[in-house]
Design a protein around this ligand. Structure first.
Ligand SMILES: NC(=O)c1ccc[n+]([C@@H]2O[C@H](COP(=O)([O-])OP(=O)(O)OC[C@H]3O[C@@H](n4cnc5c(N)ncnc54)[C@H](OP(=O)(O)O)[C@@H]3O)[C@@H](O)[C@H]2O)c1
Length: 303
């Protein structure tokens, strides 16, 4: 019988692609969602309500693996104190609920794999290339990712293999980062943000889905893994390539950093700054990236 993978946040950008990859890989897929959804021939839906600490326990009891992707969008809205709390709680609380079901039922999974983010290393632009051994940063994203990953360690304490995928900016068709920035480039008004020197550690959605699949089946994998290409893509490089693919050269001046700061407040750091990360650990584990060239990854993802 096919092994069952339960996805939290399975209805989102990464979840939808991962669902396809899991089904193609011979797994059966279940999804925990806040909304009532109808089962399909391929996906079983379960409901949870984090505000009221409700989870359909059967979702966890039927699972061989869990992949945790759920969480409020990090750069969707201004980081007010309430928004910051929601961003953190929407990632940590689901893990705590799942932990309580596992513990109560003495249920052991084959593996628990959680999203995390390269934001754990902090955002400030430096020449440093961060690896999994580096200490978490002390800014909002660094602290959030640290607490998110610490919650995963509770699952680990039950004797379950856990893997944390520290994800870079995911490139995929009509979704995520490209969905936000491509429209202005498409009509000829795209330009460089801030200094343009901030690194933009990226990964193509197909590679990310395959890394999640590998994390499920490769029992050697444990702990954190960076999932981003180690290259020299900056905001300026990315913007120039995107404009070129739409057939023009950037003609507008850069958007000054102070404008972004005024518009976005503290969240502007996620756009104006960016660090490189090393992908050596996942590559040493045997993963070969399909997309290593940023222009190919973007052109593959434009509709
Ligand atoms: N996309 C990227 O570039 C990127 C980069 C680094 C890290 N990540 C991380 O990877 C994970 C998945 O990313 P994604 O791009 O697929 O995100 P997404 O498209 O925004 O999907 C996230 C899913 O999480 C669920 N969700 C949203 N708010 C929630 C809340 N308050 N409580 C519980 N569930 C909630 C939603 O599912 P339901 O509506 O069905 O409940 C939603 O479909 C996230 O944790 C994200 O931080 C993504």
């Amino acid at each position: 019988m096919a092994k069952n993978v339960l996805l939290t946040g399975g209805s989102g950008f990464i979840g939808k692609h991962l669902t396809e990859a899991l089904i193609a890989g011979g797994f059966s897929v279940s999804v925990l969602s806040r909304s009532e959804r109808k089962d399909t021939s391929l996906i079983t839906y379960y409901k949870w309500d984090l505000k009221n600490n409700f989870i359909d326990e059967q979702a966890v009891l039927n699972a061989d693996y869990i992949i945790h992707l759920a969480g409020e969008g990090i750069v969707e809205k201004r980081w007010t104190e309430k928004r910051k709390k929601d961003i953190l709680e929407s990632r940590v609380k689901p893990i705590e609920l799942i932990y309580s079901v596992l513990k109560k039922n003495n249920k052991i999974l084959d593996a628990f794999v959680s999203a995390s983010a390269i934001g754990i290393y902090g955002a400030n632009t430096t020449q440093e290339i961060c690896s999994e051994n580096d200490a978490p940063a002390n800014d909002f994203l660094g602290i959030t990712c640290q607490k998110w990953e610490s919650a995963v360690d509770k699952i680990d304490s039950l004797g379950i293999r856990t893997v944390k995928i520290r994800t870079g900016i995911v490139i995929g068709k009509d979704e995520g980062f490209l969905k936000k920035i491509a429209p202005s480039f498409k009509i000829g008004f795209g330009t460089i943000i801030g200094s343009g020197k901030q690194y933009l550690p990226w990964i193509h959605i197909e590679d990310l889905s395959q890394i999640y699949l590998k994390a499920l089946i490769d029992t050697k994998m444990t702990g954190p893994y960076n999932a981003a290409i180690t290259d020299n893509t900056t905001n300026a490089k990315f913007s120039r390539i995107l404009a070129h693919l739409y057939g023009y050269k950037i003609w507008l001046p850069k958007v000054p950093a102070f404008v972004i700061k005024l518009a976005l407040g503290e969240m502007s750091i996620a756009i104006l700054e960016g660090k490189r990360v090393s992908s050596e650990k996942i590559q040493k584990e045997g993963y070969e990236f399909q997309f290593t060239d940023i222009e190919t990854a973007i052109s593959n993802s434009l509709s």
